[in-house]
Design a protein around this ligand. Structure first.
Ligand code: FBP
Length: 553
C-alpha cells in the first residue's frame, strides 16, 4: 500500500505516557480514593445501578511486582463520530495488554456497536496495529451509531463475548456511548456474565468533560485543523479585502469548537449558542448584531471579515428551537402521509397547515433552502441533523437583506459580498496532534489497567493535562458519578450530563472581554498547520480552552 511520508514518519512516533504508566506493567498498582456519587439525582441513580453506584475513584501508582497477569481476551468498540486519536487508544490498549501477557488477545468489533450484535470481529495483531499507529480515522475497525441500550441487545453482547472468550469490553465513545457502557456494565454484573466494561472519552465536540475528564480526545486536533483553515481564510480576506466569510463549525450541540477557534484566531464575530439560549436572543436580533458589525467595519472602509457559527446554533435560537421541536413531533406523527408527498410545494403547505400559527410564521419567514433542510430525514433519534442545515447560508441571506434595507435608509454605504464554508468532517480524521497522540495512547494503556484491576463501569481518566505528559495522572472514575436524570423520549433516563459552554467559565469570559475589539479592528491570528516535529512550544501546545480552564484548577 502507498503511504505518505508523514504517515511513515508518524509510525515512528513514540507517544509520551504519564511517568507511572512507563513503569513495568506488573509493578503498577491501583490506589482507591473515597466513595463517589453523582452531583444530583443520587437516589434514582443508586436504584438503577446497585452494583456500580458509589464505587471509589481510582488512580495508578508505582508499587512492587504484582506477578504475571493472566491471559485475557478484550473486545474493543469505536462508537459514534470519528475523532483524531482513536487508533492510538487502541494502540495503547494493545501494547498494555501484550506487555502484561503476550498471549492475551485484542478483538475489534467491526463497524461500531453493531459489530458486537452481528458478531463481526477482527483480531488486532501487531502487524495490523503498526499500520495505524499515530494516524487519524477510525478505519482500523470502523465506527457506527448503533446504540447498545436494550436488554435484548445486552443478552446478545454477553453471548458473543462468551463465545469468543472475551471477559472485558472497552467502549470508545461520547456521552451517550459511555452512558450505555455503564448500563451494560451494570447488566453484566447483575447477570453474573463475567464481562467487564470500561469506557474512553471521545468526541471532537468537547462536550464530555468534567473535573476528571479534562477534555475528550479529538477536540485538540479537530480545532487545530479548523484553526489552520480559518487562519488561511483570514489571510485571504486580509489580502483581497473584498469578502465576508461565514464559517460554520461542527459541534452537534455545544459551542466549544467555535469558541476555541475564536480564541485562537480572533474573528470579527463568533456566535455562541449557549449565550443565545441564555439571553433568548431571537434570529432577528442575531442578524441585526452581525449586520451592525458589517456596517461599522464598512464605515472604516473594511468591507471584509470573518463570522464563526456553531453548527448547533439553530436549536438554541428560541423561535427556531420551538419550530424544530414541533416539526420533530409532527413529522414523526404524520410520517406515512408526509412520505407520500413528492413535491416540495405540497410538503411545505402540508407542514404549514399543521404547525401552530407562531411556528408556521417562523417557518415561512426562513429561506426556502433552510425550510427544505428542516424537513429532511431525521437521525435515528428523530432529531434534525444539524450538520446538514446550512445556517451559514441562511445568515448570509438574512444579513444581505437587512443591509439592503439599511442602504435604502442611508445608514450603510459599504459593499457586502459573502462566501460560506462548513468545516466539520475536515477535522475528524486528521493525523492526531502530538497532544491527542499522547493523550489517546495513555487513555488506552490506562483502560487496560482498569480492566486488569476489575474496574467495570469506569471511564479511563488521564488528568493534569496542561503539564508535561510525564506528570499526567492516570486512573479511572465510576461512570455513575457523571450521571444525572434527564427526559429522553418522554421517559426519565440516567445519562452523562453534556458539558455545554459555561458562560461563567474562563474561556467564554476571555472571549466576551475581547470580542468588541475583534469585531471592529482586524485582529486576526494565523495559527498555521499542526506541527508534529519541532520545538515543544510549537508541537505540544494544548488548546486555549484547556489552558484557560486549568488556570483556575
Ligand atoms: P460524536 O458526538 O459521536 O463524537 O460526533 C460528533 C459529530 O462530529 C458532530 O460534531 C456532528 O454533528 C456529528 O458528529 C455528525 O455526525 P455524522 O458523522 O453521523 O454525520
Amino acid at each position: 500500500m502507498d503511504i505518505s511520508a508523514l504517515q511513515r514518519a508518524r509510525y515512528e512516533y513514540q507517544p509520551k505516557l504519564p511517568a507511572v504508566l512507563r513503569e513495568p506493567i506488573a509493578t503498577i498498582v491501583m490506589e482507591k480514593g473515597g466513595a463517589t456519587e453523582p452531583m444530583t439525582d443520587k437516589e434514582a441513580i443508586k436504584a438503577l445501578f446497585p452494583h456500580t453506584y458509589g464505587l471509589p475513584a481510582v488512580s495508578f501508582a508505582k508499587g512492587s511486582e504484582t506477578g504475571h497477569a493472566k491471559r485475557i481476551n478484550v473486545g474493543v468498540i469505536l462508537s459514534g463520530g470519528q475523532a483524531p486519536g482513536g487508533h492510538n487508544v487502541i494502540s495503547g490498549l494493545f501494547d498494555a495488554l501484550k506487555h502484561a501477557n503476550a498471549d492475551s488477545k485484542l478483538i475489534g468489533f467491526l463497524g461500531g456497536p453493531s459489530g458486537i450484535l452481528n458478531d463481526q470481529t477482527l483480531e488486532i495483531t501487531s502487524e495490523i496495529i503498526d499500520a495505524y499507529r499515530n494516524t487519524g480515522g477510525f478505519d482500523i475497525i470502523g465506527s457506527g451509531r448503533t446504540k447498545l441500550e436494550t436488554e435484548e441487545q445486552f443478552a446478545v453482547c454477553a453471548k458473543v463475548c462468551h463465545s469468543r472468550g472475551i471477559s472485558a469490553l472497552v467502549i470508545i465513545g461520547g456521552d451517550d456511548s459511555n452512558t450505555n457502557a455503564a448500563v451494560l456494565a451494570e447488566y453484566f454484573l447483575r447477570t453474573n456474565a463475567g464481562i467487564m466494561v470500561v469506557g474512553c472519552p471521545k468526541t471532537i465536540d468537547g462536550d464530555l468533560k468534567n473535573e476528571f475528564i479534562e477534555i475528550s480526545f479529538g477536540f485538540d486536533t479537530a480545532t487545530k485543523t479548523y484553526d489552520e483553515l480559518i487562519g488561511n481564510i483570514m489571510r485571504d480576506a486580509n489580502s483581497s479585502k473584498k469578502y465576508w466569510h461565514f464559517i460554520k463549525l461542527m459541534g452537534r450541540s455545544a459551542s466549544h469548537i467555535a469558541l476555541e477557534c475564536a480564541l485562537r484566531t480572533q474573528p470579527n464575530v463568533c456566535l455562541i449558542s449557549e449565550e443565545i439560549e441564555a439571553n433568548a436572543t431571537s434570529l432577528t436580533e442575531i442578524v441585526e448584531s452581525i449586520t451592525s458589525v458589517v456596517a461599522k467595519r464598512a464605515e472604516k472602509g473594511l468591507d471584509y471579515g470573518i463570522v464563526l457559527i456553531p453548527e448547533g446554533v439553530v436549536e438554541f435560537i428560541p423561535e427556531v428551537k420551538s419550530l424544530i421541536a414541533e416539526l420533530n413531533t409532527l413529522l414523526a406523527r404524520e410520517a406515512s402521509r408526509y412520505a407520500k408527498l413528492a413535491k416540495w410545494e405540497d410538503q411545505s403547505s402540508f407542514v404549514i397547515e399543521r404547525l401552530s400559527s407562531a411556528n408556521a410564521q417562523v417557518f415561512s419567514s426562513l429561506p426556502t433552502d433552510i425550510r427544505k433542510q428542516l424537513l429532511m430525514d431525521r437521525d435515528p433519534h428523530g432529531n434534525v441533523q444539524v450538520s446538514r442545515i446550512e445556517t451559514e447560508k441562511m445568515l448570509i441571506q438574512m444579513v444581505e437583506a437587512r443591509l439592503s434595507q439599511r442602504k435604502a435608509e442611508g445608514t450603510y454605504k459599504g459593499k457586502f459580498s459573502a462566501l460560506n464554508h462548513f468545516f466539520g468532517y475536515e477535522g475528524r480524521c486528521a493525523f492526531p496532534s502530538n497532544f491527542d497522540a499522547d493523550y489517546c495512547y495513555s487513555l488506552g494503556y490506562n483502560a487496560y489497567l482498569l480492566v486488569a484491576n476489575g474496574c467495570s463501569g469506569y471511564i479511563s481518566s488521564v488528568t493534569n493535562l496542561t503539564s508535561h505528559a510525564t506528570e499526567w495522572k492516570a486512573g479511572g472514575i465510576p461512570i455513575t458519578m457523571m450521571m444525572n436524570m434527564e427526559k429522553r423520549h418522554g421517559e426519565m433516563k440516567p445519562v452523562i450530563k453534556k458539558a455545554l459552554v459555561e458562560l461563567s467559565g474562563a474561556p467564554f469570559r476571555y472571549f466576551a472581554e475581547k470580542r468588541d475589539r475583534w469585531a471592529l479592528e482586524t485582529s486576526f491570528v494565523f495559527p498555521g498547520a499542526i506541527q508534529y516535529f519541532g520545538p515543544a512550544a510549537v508541537c505540544d501546545s494544548v488548546t486555549k480552552t484547556l489552558e484557560l480552564e486549568s488556570s483556575k484548577r
